[in-house]
Design a protein around this ligand. Sequence first.
Ligand SMILES: [Zn+2]
Length: 89
Amino acid sequence: MIKTTKTCDRCPASGDEQFELFRVTVGIKHNGTMNYLQDTAKRGQDWCRVCCIEMGVLPPLQRVDATPIVPEPTLEEMIKLIIREEIKT
Ligand SMILES: [Zn+2]
């Protein structure tokens, strides 16, 4: 069995194949043109998401508050509601 372990180049965080690493490299923007190092694959580092967020390379994860889902009443529930209303009046 072959087991792959990915490790962040900046901190000791590591994980299996599902562990996210982001290639971080240096680029220079001059006159509107972005130039990266020639040998990015060798000179870059692989950072975990936490390190990327900490260093400002990635934006912080935004927590999206889920809107509670109110289920639509079924036909049976609507009929019962109508009957209750009729009985009250
Ligand atoms: Zn890290």
